[in-house]
Design a binder for this molecule. Sequence first.
Ligand SMILES: *Cc1c(COP(=O)(O)O)cnc(C)c1O
Length: 337
Amino acid sequence: MPGLIERYRHRLPFEDGDPVVSMGEGSTPLVQAPALSERVGASVWLKLEGLNPTGSFKDRGMCCAVSAALREGSETVICASTGNTAASAAAYAARAGMRGVVIVPEGKIATGKLAQALVYGARVIALQGNFDEALTLVRELADRHPIALVNSVNDFRLEGQKTAAFELVEELAGELDGLCIPVGNAGNVTAYWKGFQEVGASPRLFGFQAEGAAPLVLGHPVEKPETVASAIRIGNPARWEEAMAAFTASRGQVRAVSDEEILEAWEFLARREGIFCEPASAASVAGLIKYGPDGCERLVCVLTGNGLKDPDTALSRAGGVIPCTAEISAVEAAVLG
Ligand SMILES: *Cc1c(COP(=O)(O)O)cnc(C)c1O
């Protein structure tokens, strides 16, 4: 499969001959979810964005943001991140031969994402503060220095991410009634809406935030956002107004789900559908289960990131292993249990 700039160049701000930093991102699987469909009483598909090159949808946006930064002659890219943006920026910077710098909230980033950012060779700065503070600081830094800011305030990020909407419309032949999506900084839902609009589609957008980090639901910023779903632990979304406009225009809604509901949905996906996503991604499914399909017959839940990103949360929830001596009788007892 070509990367998304090659696949959708006619709908993206790139000309033939522009530099393209790509690793075959996009074109992710859309799979049916029979157990979930039965549970909610509608036809549900899952968009597996965790199968992008660094394991999250952020690669769609990063492909475009880093390609544009290279075209502009930047030598350094920077971002504030709850983890996946850092992993993606680090990878695309490495591939472009640029310096990558990422600022993450100290102690608040999932192990897999931290490992990625470090292994790809980025300079990783652990801020004694939360994501919202990190974003404010990198915005100021990017104003002062010739450094490309690749957070979702960067319009190229949204350009790349809107391509997921094109894929859905193509694959479902336009027959999509609703999209369920986790919401953090609200860049992704804004990008999907842009993409749908560009191809004349308008499914209802159902966004879900974690209860402890639900500024859009509450109508005001949350100073100390808390949730197990670290990728959406954001108290003051950068794309607040645009996302709210998209929910209204699509006759959708933004609603909250508890951590318990998120983890229940996450476990259901693994055990019943065989799909291991990260906790934040399961917010889309938790919301669909909690609030129902709201009259929609065909829905897609976006599974934004790969479960392998956050092994600690996974292991703390999963059952333990069974110790066993290397003797047939012991193994027999353990296996047949
Ligand atoms: C970034 C991210 C989100 C939230 O996307 P926004 O554009 O910030 O709303 C959700 N899930 C995962 C796995 C992410 O990495």
